[in-house]
Write a protein that binds this ligand. Structure first.
Ligand code: ZN
Length: 114
């Protein structure tokens, strides 16, 4: 019998595979080794704005409050009380790291290396 948790785990897995498949396709279609220049230009014109929107949408809520704590990260229990991440939080730090050095993602997740 499939439980709701099993169904949700499956749905999350499919969603992640869908996003990773999309990224693999864009990466392949914009590879100078695999694709002609006209295709690269066409794919870049349609997909770069979508990727920018995805990144912007991901990081936009991660901004500091008046105390320098991130408004986008969920509170977590630290020493018996709820606390929040200092800004820049891990989401912002990782996004900035990957923008500066895109290959660094493969140090974090080597199984994603193309
Ligand atoms: Zn955050």
């Amino acid at each position: 019998m499939t439980t709701i948790n099993d169904a949700l785990a499956r749905a999350h897995h499919l969603l992640q595979q869908d996003m990773l498949g999309y990224l693999d396709t864009v990466e392949h279609l914009t590879s100078e080794y695999d694709t002609d220049d006209d295709t690269i230009l066409t794919v870049a014109r349609t997909e770069v704005p979508r990727l920018i929107a995805a990144l912007r949408g991901t990081v936009t809520g991660h901004k500091p409050d008046l105390h320098g704590l991130c408004l986008g990260c969920p509170p977590t229990w630290v020493d018996g009380r709820l606390g929040r991440e200092a800004w820049p939080c891990p989401t912002i730090s990782r996004a900035q790291e990957f923008l500066k050095n895109p290959d660094s993602i493969y140090d974090s997740v080597p199984h994603e290396r193309p």
